[in-house]
Design a protein around this ligand. Structure first.
Ligand code: SAM
Length: 242
C-alpha cells in the first residue's frame, strides 16, 4: 500500500497506524465523556439500536472488534453472550477493564489485537461487531477479510459507523457543527484539538453507504445491508458468512 489518508494528510500506512494509536492513547481517559458531549448523548441510542440488530443470544461467542472502553461489549454481555473485546490500544482497553469492574460486568475477555491481522483461529465466533472502529483501521479490506475468516459459517457481521447523511439541510448543519464545534469541545474539555480534528476528518473521508457495502461484499460476505440512522449520518452495515 502506498500513502493513506490520516485526516486530510497523506502518510505511510505504518505512520497512520502509529498516529491513530496516538489519538486514542491521548483521548482514552476522556473518551466516554467526550462521546456524550459531542453527540449530545445520541451515541447511546445508536449503540442501543446497533445491539438490538445484532440480537445477541445467550451463550453465543461474539468478537467486539475495536471495542475500546467496552460500550458495545457490555450491552452484548448483558444479553448473555460470551464476548471478547479486542482493540489495538491498551490504554482504551485499560479504561474498559476498569469500567467493567465498576459496573460488576464479569466474564469478558480483553485482547490487544490489530483488526487487520487477528490471532484467533478461523471459525472462532458466531458474530463480529465493530462500532466506530473501522474508519480508523489503516487497511480496511484486510480487516474485513479477517472478520470473515474468524466467523463460523452462518456467522453475522455488524458494523456501526458514521456515514454521509442524505438529508441536505441536516448535512450542512452537521458539517458546520463537526468542523467548527467538535475540535473546540476537544480543546476545552480534553486540551486536545488535533485528535478531535482527526476524528472528524476521518468521518469525512470514509466511503458512503453503497461504497462501504461493496467493500464488505468484496471480503466474501453475502446479504449485505446498509441501514441508515438520521438519513445516513450513522449507518449499520451487516452481512453473513454463508
Ligand atoms: N467501539 C468503541 C465504541 O463504540 O465506543 C470504541 C470506538 S473508538 C472511536 C475506535 C477504536 O478503534 C479505538 O479504541 C481504537 O484504538 C480502535 N482501533 C483503531 N485502529 C484499530 C485497529 N487497526 N485494530 C483494532 N482496533 C483499532
Amino acid at each position: 500500500m502506498d500513502k493513506v489518508s490520516f485526516g486530510h494528510e497523506q502518510v505511510s500506512p505504518e505512520e497512520k497506524t502509529r498516529r491513530v494509536r496516538g489519538v486514542f492513547s491521548s483521548v482514552a481517559r476522556r473518551y466516554d465523556l467526550m462521546n456524550d458531549l459531542m453527540s449530545g448523548g445520541q451515541h447511546r441510542l445508536w449503540k442501543h439500536a446497533f445491539v438490538r440488530k445484532v440480537r445477541p443470544r445467550k451463550g453465543e461467542t461474539i468478537l467486539d472488534m475495536a471495542g475500546g472502553t467496552g460500550d458495545i461489549a457490555f450491552r452484548l454481555a448483558r444479553a448473555g453472550a460470551r464476548v471478547t473485546v479486542a482493540d489495538i490500544n491498551p490504554e482504551m482497553l485499560a479504561v474498559g477493564v476498569e469500567r467493567a469492574r465498576l459496573r460488576g460486568i464479569e466474564g469478558l475477555v480483553w485482547a490487544e489485537e490489530n483488526a487487520e491481522k487477528l490471532s484467533f483461529a478461523e471459525s472462532s465466533f458466531d458474530a463480529y461487531t465493530i462500532a466506530f472502529g473501522i474508519r480508523n483501521v489503516t487497511d480496511i479490506p484486510a480487516a474485513l477479510r479477517e472478520a470473515h475468516r474468524v466467523l463460523r459459517f452462518g456467522g453475522r457481521f455488524f458494523c456501526l459507523e458514521f456515514s454521509q447523511t442524505q438529508w441536505p439541510g441536516f448535512a450542512t448543519l452537521y458539517e458546520t457543527y463537526s468542523r467548527r464545534v467538535v475540535p473546540k469541545i476537544g480543546k476545552a474539555v480534553a486540551s486536545d484539538e488535533d485528535s478531535y480534528r482527526y476524528l472528524i476528518e476521518s468521518i469525512e473521508r470514509f466511503p458512503d453507504m453503497p461504497g462501504f457495502a461493496r467493500l464488505i461484499e468484496a471480503a466474501g460476505f453475502r446479504n449485505v445491508k446498509a441501514e441508515p440512522i438520521l438519513g445516513g449520518l450513522v449507518a449499520i452495515h451487516s452481512g453473513w458468512k454463508i
